[in-house]
Design a protein. Sequence first.
Length: 304
Amino acid sequence: MFIELKEVTKFYGNIKAVDKLSLSVEEGEVYGFLGPNGSGKSTTIRMILSLIKPSSGVIKLFGQEVSFGRNKAINRIGALIETPDFYNYLSAQRNLKLLGKLSGVEHLNKRVDEVLDIVGLGDRRHSRVKAFSKGMKQRLGIAQAILHKPDLIILDEPINGLDPLGQKEIRELIESLRQDHNITILISSHILYELEQIATRMIIINKGKALVEGSVTELLLNREHRVSISVENPEYTRNILMNSDWENNLKSSDGKKFNFLLSREEISLLTTFLSGAGSQVFSIEPVRSLEDFFLQITENETVN
């Protein structure tokens, strides 16, 4: 186990920022750490990195309690917390060399060029950072995080504020780091759609408490999800639906497609019903999103 938290709690005065949080990150994962702003994600990450101490509970890194093996464990971790900060008047290469010297990185010149190539900035190694876009600065921040060849990297909101192209580039880079460079990744975010595409497992927290943990596939499998169905004759199909029990599942229609909220089993039953009633189905598109799932469980938490 690369990261293991057992009932970790953190108080700031009388405010409980993290509440008996337990989680585990295994080798080779992209682990999604999800929750709305103010849910306790950043506080948890700072405890994992030993930047602050928990009020209670146990934190283990690579199987060792942090209190007993902090320095050795931290040396195996890279991190990008919030917005990366560089000397804007220096080149990307020069920035990384300065940081590498402070960290004692071996074969520094070679390693700097390697990581710049890994994050897709090899052709801009001599460019001043002030000319970089936000997405390029974020990739340079990831280059800094992997400079010392860590086994695990922690990325806190790495795609926050990026345009769609920048988000795509960071997503592809994260997948490459896992597959091609054997780096385990914990990624904190509130942008659920992006993490749904890259996370192998995840935890969702709210108000400092864990709501659910597991693989993305398992957590979405048995939940109700939105389904868009297109048919040959929409008006005829609408009449059929309005005179059946399926009317309760129908959420909206644009005149061409019908949008339902259904369980996995109900998708098959609805298709059979429509075919039997003489409505030809052209397409069925399940739109199972982590965002829908997140909203469901956080709304339930608020109600409870």
